[in-house]
Design a protein around this ligand. Structure first.
Ligand code: UDX
Length: 459
């Protein structure tokens, strides 16, 4: 095979969402370090956002080649209409991708030797197969979540969900005795109010699962030691995480928003283990009532805090703080619109992480040994919360009151509890050690990644 003798060239294709672009970019760095040429294929819309957020002094373009193809939506259309976006993508992107590959192979001396596609873009694996290019599907969440997707036909057969993924009755579901329990009303696709969205997400997970079933490689951003019983339920799934880019090498992590790094000098002035870091990822939306309550809760704790308030955190309207809040907390609280999260979590001043439990945030908090306060919003985050608080026992849940609000008193109470719990901190540090070990020389994830690399290099 002529290509296998030259420089391997991987085409990486993420789902166009922040929590999917970041881990695939991290995998791309790992492969670039191991001698791969990387072409990263974004939708045009995301490409533009990334290039706008890219710091002027970044040298990323020396390591990763960025290209883009249309996602099938019009220029002004709202990409937050996720069901529509997914439909447009699967209708239009496959032919654009095929065309792109043909063009690149004609014009570029390093022909494409493998395609690494987010499993949620299962159609890309099919394109690769059709073109005779080796393929890997990349799963950016837990192995347990993937086991749930694999299990969908059995759940339908057992009547736990109907053919559209809907459950009529609240039940507890556990795929194996050492995996987290799931509430059937909180299955990932159930968390959307819009029935069209529910069905699209449900059918997509099933369709993608089928599409990547025979992919040459199935990779995931997790590590064996934290969820060993999920792998027997996921034939051929290879954990290669936790994938981290931002902290050690200060590389551009693939942010859609510009990072505000000024918070790092502020953190440098804070005592060890004194700051609550509050961040809800890229998608979570809080209503104004909850936003106020959170602000007042942070004030009530009397602790220092660093809070990421994304420009769209409060449903498209600019967030309004409780009257006088900013002046009252100025000496001990900082807000930023987007933080260099991995570096923040690795900072010695961080005492705990109030998080929506997105899988990337979960992997990052765990890799830095930080105790969690869990506040899940949607999708797999309830499952991740279960892992954190019930299985690994490195954090606590923030519970809502009868109005569906996490109250200021609950926030104060759980902050005190998590900070005062030595056992939680010890377990968090033990998991950090486990995570470090898995990505060190000889560690389980490093071995898996190296196997993949060697196979792709054709050795
Ligand atoms: C989503 C889902 O929530 C998640 O559960 C799924 O597995 C992947 O897609 P998101 O909601 O954005 O992602 O959360 P998360 O998975 O935690 O990813 C957010 C990423 O943004 C993390 O890598 C985090 O480090 C980064 N981030 C977040 C920043 O760099 N700065 C910030 O201020 C906030």
């Amino acid at each position: 095979m002529e290509e296998a003798m030259g420089r391997p060239h991987a085409l990486a294709i993420p789902l166009p969402a922040q929590g999917h672009v970041i881990p695939l970019m991290e995998l791309s760095y790992c492969l670039a370090e191991r001698g791969f040429k990387i072409t990263f294929v974004n939708s045009e819309f995301i490409h533009e956002r990334l290039m706008t957020a890219l710091p002027d002094d970044s040298n990323i373009k020396n390591q990763i080649h960025f290209v883009s193809i249309p996602d099938g939506m019009g220029p002004g259309e709202d990409r937050n209409q996720f069901a529509k976006l997914l439909q447009c993508i699967s209708r239009t992107m496959p032919s654009y991708l095929e065309e792109l590959i043909k063009k690149m192979n004609e014009s570029c001396k390093d022909k494409i030797t493998c395609i690494i596609a987010d499993e949620n873009m299962g159609w890309a694996v099919k394109v690769a197969k059709k073109m005779g290019i080796p393929q890997a599907a990349f799963w950016p969440s837990s192995a347990c979540l993937r086991a749930l997707s694999v299990h969908i036909p059995k759940l339908i057969e057992a009547g736990v969900i109907d053919a559209n993924g809907i459950t009529r009755k609240q039940e507890i579901l556990q795929l194996s005795s050492t995996l987290p329990v799931m509430d059937t009303t909180q299955l990932p696709w159930h968390c959307f109010d819009d029935p069209m969205m529910q069905q699209t997400v449900f059918h997509n997970s099933f369709t993608n699962n089928q599409a990547v079933k025979d992919a040459d490689w199935l990779l995931c951003n997790s590590f064996y030691e934290i969820e060993p019983s999920a792998y027997p339920l996921n034939p051929n799934l290879l954990p290669i995480g936790p994938l981290l880019a931002g902290s050690q090498q200060r590389q551009f992590a693939g942010n859609f928003w510009q990072e505000d790094s000024t918070c790092l000098s502020w953190l440098n002035q804070q005592p060890a283990c004194s700051v609550i870091y509050v961040s809800f990822g890229s998608f979570t939306v809080l209503d104004q009532t909850q936003f106020h309550e959170l602000a007042l809760g942070l004030e009530l704790t009397d602790h220092k805090f660093l809070w990421v308030v994304r420009p769209d955190l409060t449903a498209g309207q600019a967030a309004t703080y409780p009257e006088g809040f900013q002046a009252r907390v100025a000496a001990r609280g900082r807000t930023v619109s987007w933080a260099p999260q991995q570096t923040v979590l690795a900072h010695p001043s961080i005492a705990c992480f109030m998080t929506h439990c997105g899988w990337n945030s979960t992997m990052e908090g765990l890799s830095m040994g930080v105790p969690f306060l869990c506040w899940p919003y949607f999708a797999d985050q309830f499952l991740n919360q279960s892992y954190i608080s019930d299985v690994w026992k490195v954090g606590l849940r923030l519970n809502s009151d009868h109005n569906g609000i996490v109250s200021r008193e609950e926030i104060k109470k759980k902050v005190e509890e998590v900070l005062g719990n030595e056992k939680i901190r010890e377990r968090a540090l033990a998991l950090k050690e486990m995570a470090d070990k898995s990505v060190r020389e000889g560690g389980s994830s490093t071995k898996n990644l190296n196997d993949f690399v060697e196979a792709m290099k054709g050795k």
